[in-house]
Design a protein around this ligand. Structure first.
Ligand code: ARG
Length: 465
């Protein structure tokens, strides 16, 4: 044998070629360094395929048994870190198939009957992503529980609510946190919905057109826990919209966590001093001894950009590809894996970080007292006494201007002063000017009254149970 044909022996498609692949090309085209992560799912998929081939009489039952035990041993080798991954064998699929053939001979060579790496890789990615989505869903739930625990402790803790980052109206800290619960609830819905489209079987599509063997796709789908088969072979091997959807859901979720992080960063800054983040989530400065930096929320904010990048990367990867499979698709894995790793780590660390947040109630309350947060309540009070809202708004604006000049809040102005702005004001006004009065009056579903916040927490807990 010539040296060339010896080299070619490693390659499964070798017969057609008259020279081996260039070394640099091998490195450029190989994916094993990252797709070996799919090994367990590749083996699970292969076993289901082999069993179907046996059940349909396409290969012998004795071959099925040998294939299964060979693949089982290979999985053990991989889990024990004893499997030798070879760049020469390009990807996870060829590495495992070659090892199987080395172990069991001809039966191993029969495994790929009626199958292509094109439907094989699409199946592996879907199996991996389904398991990952389940992990994401469980992690969202843990984070939601942390959030509910914190919200419950602070259903009555008063803080200023902001618009334009200026004090707007008083809210409870619990109510503010429950806003994030709602966002996470929708995030979980998005992942659960995306899972339905992930959970379809590509196997049987073979390279692109299907296969001439009498296969049973439903059997494979059922044994792998898929809800059904991909109905068009060209689509089955070529689209990666399910990965894009997952990454889109991850991007939206990271956007939510990034906003939350921005608030944690602001609130923990000494300028706000609303909260303290436990030391284990912060670092110091190598030059400024007084510093305690909120690194974790800052990194969540930073990593959000990275996940958006993966979404744009995947969309761009797909946009110019003609049907069906193209090697471009090999580039789908790293962004997808990194998106999932980033999101999962973020979710886990966030759940723990929320448990380490302590609240400075006095500072929160003081901030709510300082920004004329009950001005709207005064306007509403005047409306209830018969003044049209627009006029009431103007009356209160003048009273606020006066308060600013005097350096005091509306509640600190004596009745006689307040009455200069409207004779309709009487001493019952102080009930609405207090923070507690303002909160208690917003007593409807979605409002910030502590009784409503508590009810929303009860509903949320029920939803998670
Ligand atoms: N490593 C390849 C991928 O990830 C597997 C499919 C290869 N198929 C092919 N026709 N070259 O997409």
């Amino acid at each position: 044998m010539s040296e060339n044909s010896l080299n070619k022996k490693a390659e499964s498609w070798s017969g057609r070629f008259s020279e081996p692949v260039a070394e640099l090309v091998k490195q450029y085209t190989a994916s094993v360094s990252f797709d070996k992560r799919l090994a367990e799912f590749d083996i699970t998929g292969s076993i289901a395929h082999a069993r179907m081939l046996g059940a349909q009489g396409i290969i012998a039952q004795t071959d099925v048994i040998t294939i299964e035990s060979g693949l089982g041993e290979i999985l053990d080798e991989i889990n024990a870190g004893q499997f030798e991954w070879l760049l020469d064998l390009e990807d996870v699929h060829l590495n495992i198939e070659k090892r199987l053939t080395d172990k069991i001979g001809d039966a191993g060579k029969r495994l790929h009957t009626g199958r292509s790496r094109n439907d094989q890789v699409a199946t592996d990615v879907r199996l991996w992503l389904r398991a990952t989505t389940d992990d994401v869903l469980a992690s969202i739930k843990s984070l939601q529980i942390s959030l509910l625990d914190l919200a419950e402790q602070h259903a009555e803790t008063i803080m200023p609510g902001f618009t334009h980052l200026q004090v707007a109206q008083p809210v409870t800290f619990g109510h503010h946190l429950m806003a994030y619960f709602e966002m996470l609830k929708r995030d979980a819905e998005r992942f659960a919905d995306c899972r339905k489209r992930i959970n379809r079987l590509p196997l049987g599509a073979a390279a692109l057109a299907g296969t001439s063997y009498p296969i049973n796709r439903e059997m494979v789908a059922k044994s792998l826990g898929f809800d059904g088969v991909c109905e068009n072979s060209l689509d089955a091997v070529s689209d990666r919209d399910f990965s894009i959807e997952f990454t889109a859901a991850a991007s939206v979720m990271m956007m939510h966590l990034s906003r939350f992080s921005e608030e944690l960063i602001l609130w923990s800054s000494p300028r706000f001093a609303f909260i303290d983040i436990a030391d284990r989530f912060c670092t110091g400065s190598s030059i400024m001894p007084q510093k305690k930096n909120p690194d974790v929320p800052e990194l969540v904010r930073g990593k959000t950009g990275r996940v958006y990048g993966h979404l744009v990367g995947l969309l761009t990867l797909m946009k110019g590809q003609p049907l069906a499979y193209n090697k471009d698709n090999q580039e789908d894995k790293e962004p997808l894996f990194d998106t999932a790793d980033t999101l999962l780590m973020t979710l886990k660390i966030y759940a723990d970080m929320l448990r380490g947040i302590s609240v400075n109630k006095a500072n929160m309350r003081q901030a709510a007292l300082e920004g004329f947060a009950t001005a709207t309540d005064l306007a509403d009070y005047l409306v209830k006494k018969g003044i049209p809202f627009r006029d009431a708004h103007e009356v209160v604006a003048l009273a606020v201007k006066h308060g600013v000049q005097q350096g005091c809040d509306l509640a600190d102005l004596p009745l006689i002063e307040l009455q200069k702005f409207s004779p309709m004001i009487s001493d019952d006004v102080y009930q609405v000017l207090t923070l507690e009065g303002s909160l208690a009056s917003r007593d409807h579903v979605g409002g910030t009254a502590p009784t409503q916040v508590k009810q929303s927490i009860v509903r949320a807990r029920k939803l998670l149970s």
